[in-house]
Write a protein that binds this ligand. Structure first.
Ligand code: GLA
Length: 747
């Protein structure tokens, strides 16, 4: 092996003129894309370190890059190691770093502190503009090899992952037990405030803020799925940062199993945002030649959260598999019929759905063998002949002959003890300690790392997709993983399970390339950037109450563009909260996402159905804008209002939703300022029907709307983008839980 002091070799192969890496021959890399700069010190022999992640620094020559690195070398102060501490993307204790180590593991208690030496650094630009730095390093004492990949994508999103490998000459009797691998990014001192998210079933992704003080803010997730409480982003920013102002740095751990996201500030002037998989004890042991690869850790920087989100949106829209067709309006049967399935009712629902403009009909839970309620049937993915003597054919035929696509609910990772498959293969259930895990929703989890169980589920789903014209799977996952071990030896199984689920989705999509998949997990419990590499929509929450949805969708939208967020019009009385809302509030809330309906249309009046049809028609008309434009959320509004909108990329048009979620602080609520339009252009701003209904307490439209509205709102107004963005327009007093839509069109 090469001695540790060998200088790093540099191999540069640029594939595209789309993006450039400044001075690739230098040991300091400068990656630039979409207003973001990353300066990466690859001078070796230690692992590379991000010296700057943030605003674009412009074109810099090699000498300046060296100077940036030099400018960042700390003074050696009293009572610290005699060499400055510079944590690399995989921070190592041996360098004097006292915070969370990037790599935690050991060989029977030895080799617990690594000190990798860089062997090679390669830099490349892909045809799509991705700039990639790949680093190979070795720790000869610990008998470990490390590969690091850092990419700056053309959206300005940065991502990193690492692979650790047991060296071929390591002692096979002393495997390396990997307890954790965390990759980190530095943020500057002025990023003094943290924002992250928590939640639960029916209340996902609610924000929480705190000062970014010395210490660690650790968001651990041991649910075996992404989790309703998972932080969609962990953001640090300048104090008071909002959607449109303040500098913000945010990370996302892209993993659908156990994971950890951390913000850590040390007393020695370092602040890091980090993420990685959370490994269970003994879950990964590396023998000679064995490798472990971490999830991608994503980072996005911007002025304001909307800019951070905009980069994630662009990244997702850049995916080769991003839906290219308009997002079909969905009817989902769950809250219409629940488990009470019969063919005439479902056919009737299909007729009504088509009549209001639905384009995809999704048959939810309850269609398979033994599934009359949530106690039985999971795992037996065959159509129940008692309910469907002719299979799903009569329903699929009607749905497709009405011009709609057909979608089907499945929960492939789950198994009810009361099922044929559980009785035949009790050893396929994840368990440890010689006992069965506590049930949750009466179900257990199938061990998909077991090849027989995997093949069985793959075969069952494949058979359904072959027999029926199924365009879409609503892929659910309705419990946390508890005591999830392989039955045979009890070893922890969450890591392998997570990989197996990805494999299952990948294989089904390979066999059925036009299949779309929705990621659902008791509502919004599996929303992360790795599952989104193989899914086309998420179900944001089981709570369809529009008031709750205003917040859930607002923050889900920090990661996902609207076209990926399932948003349905529910019944007037929300099933999960009991609140009643008028149609305008419900439909105006669902309008911006991947719209759907989750109500028994047959039970509504003809008038209500006609009104829903109007909203569906509006959605279809606006769809290219809603699902292609730039999302904005407004900071400076009355605290009773949530205001958001979408602005066309060329700023020719915008649709804005103003929703009152409480009684106003002041009435009327003062001026509403609409930033983001072209300052020099003239716009016509007006209410957008059917989202123009201001209603009184009884739901009536009083005196033709007028007495509650400022004069401009009854006629519309023509103003420049600069006036709208700085001076604004007077806003009326809305009753709580009312919503108005505004349309701005460039003249
Ligand atoms: C989960 C989903 C719901 C519905 C039910 C069916 O809770 O989030 O939308 O599909 O399962 O059991």
């Amino acid at each position: 092996m090469t001695p540790p002091s060998a200088p790093p070799t540099i191999d540069v192969s640029a594939g595209s003129p789309l993006a450039t890496i400044a001075h690739p021959g230098s040991a300091v890399r400068h990656l630039r894309a979409a207003g973001v700069s990353i300066v990466l010190d690859c001078d070796g022999p230690r692992l590379p370190r991000v010296v700057h992640w943030g605003a674009d620094l412009g074109d810099l020559d090699a000498a300046t890059l060296q100077a940036i690195v030099r400018a960042d070398v700390q003074a050696v102060v009293s009572n610290v190691p005699d060499r400055p501490i510079t944590p690399s993307v995989l921070a190592e204790h041996a360098t004097g770093w006292m915070g969370l180590p990037g790599l935690i593991g050991h060989r029977g208690g030895a080799d617990w502190s690594t000190l990798f030496v860089v062997r090679s650094v390669a830099t490349r630009v892909d045809l799509d503009g991705t700039q990639r730095v790949t680093v190979q390093a070795v720790d000869e004492a610990a008998r470990l090899e490390l590969g690091l990949v850092l990419e700056l994508l053309r959206s300005g999103v940065l991502r990193m992952k690492a692979t650790v490998t047991g060296s071929a000459d390591a002692d096979p009797d002393r495997p390396y037990t990997l307890d954790g691998l965390t990759l980190s990014l530095p943020v500057p001192r002025r990023a003094a405030e943290l924002l992250d998210f928590t939640g639960r079933h029916l209340r996902e992704r609610h924000p929480q803020r705190r000062a970014f003080d010395v210490g660690s803010w650790v968001r651990d997730n041991r649910r075996g799925r992404t989790g309703s409480d998972a932080t969609v982003l962990l953001a640090a920013g300048t104090p008071g940062f909002g959607f449109g102002h303040g500098e913000v740095w945010a990370v996302h751990t892209a993993w659908s199993g156990n994971h950890r996201t951390v913000a850590e500030r040390t007393p020695n002037g370092h602040a890091l945002l980090a993420g990685g998989e959370l490994l269970l004890p003994g879950e990964v042991a590396l023998g000679p030649g064995d490798s472990y690869t971490s999830p991608w850790i994503y980072g996005s920087y911007g002025t304001g959260l909307d800019a951070v989100a905009g980069r994630f949106h662009r990244f997702l829209r850049d995916r080769p598999g991003h839906p290219a067709t308009p997002r079909p309006v969905i009817l989902n049967t769950w809250e219409s019929v629940y488990f009470d399935m019969d063919l005439p009712t479902l056919l009737d629902l299909a007729d009504h759905a088509a009549a209001v403009g639905v384009e995809r009909y999704v048959l939810d839970d309850g269609w398979f063998v033994g599934r009359r309620d949530d106690h039985a049937g999971l795992g037996d993915w065959q159509v129940d002949p008692d309910v469907w003597p002719r299979g799903l054919h009569p329903l699929v035929d009607r749905v497709t002959s009405l011009g709609m696509q057909f979608g089907l609910w499945v929960e492939p990772e789950m198994i009810n003890p009361d099922s044929h498959v559980a009785r035949a293969h009790p050893d396929w259930i994840l368990a440890t300690g010689g006992r069965l895990p506590v049930e949750s929703r009466h179900q257990q989890v199938l061990d998909l790392a077991n090849p027989d169980a995997f093949d069985h589920i793959l075969g069952s789903l494949d058979a359904l997709l072959r027999e029926y014209r199924i365009s879409y799977l609503k892929w659910d996952h309705n419990r946390d993983l508890i005591d999830a071990g392989h039955r045979a030896d009890g070893r922890p199984a969450v890591h392998e399970q997570t990989l197996a689920v990805y494999r299952l989705m990948d294989e089904l999509r390979r066999r059925h390339p036009r299949l779309e998949i929705e990621s659902c997990s008791s509502g919004g419990g599996r929303i992360d950037l790795e599952v989104l590499q193989r899914t086309d929509r998420v179900w944001a929450s089981d709570c369809i109450d529009a008031l709750e949805r205003q917040t859930i969708q607002r923050y889900t939208g920090l990661l996902l563009p609207p076209e990926l967020i399932g948003a349905h019009i529910g019944t007037d009385r929300a099933h999960t909260t009991g609140r009643r809302h008028n149609l305008s509030f419900r439909a105006g809330t669902a309008l911006f996402g991947h719209m759907g309906i989750e109500a028994n249309l047959a039970r509504l009046s003809a008038t209500e159905r006609a009104e829903i049809a109007d909203w569906v028609a509006l959605h279809k008309r606006l769809r290219p804008l809603l699902h292609g434009g730039r999302v904005v959320r407004f900071d400076d509004v009355d605290p009773s209002l949530l205001v958001h909108g979408v602005i066309a990329d060329d700023r020719s048009e915008a649709v804005i939703s103003v929703a009152a979620v409480a009684t106003a602080d002041s009435a009327p609520t003062g001026r509403l300022v609409l930033p983001g339009l072209d300052p020099d252009a003239l716009y016509d701003l007006a209410l957008l029907p059917p989202g123009d209904m201001i209603q009184d307490e009884d739901g009536h439209r009083p005196q033709g709307n007028n007495h509650r509205l400022p004069p401009w709102l009854t006629t519309g107004i023509r103003l420049t983008g600069a006036v709208l963005g700085h001076a604004g327009v007077q806003w009326p007093e809305l009753l709580p839980e009312q919503l108005l839509l505004l349309h701005a069109r460039r003249v």
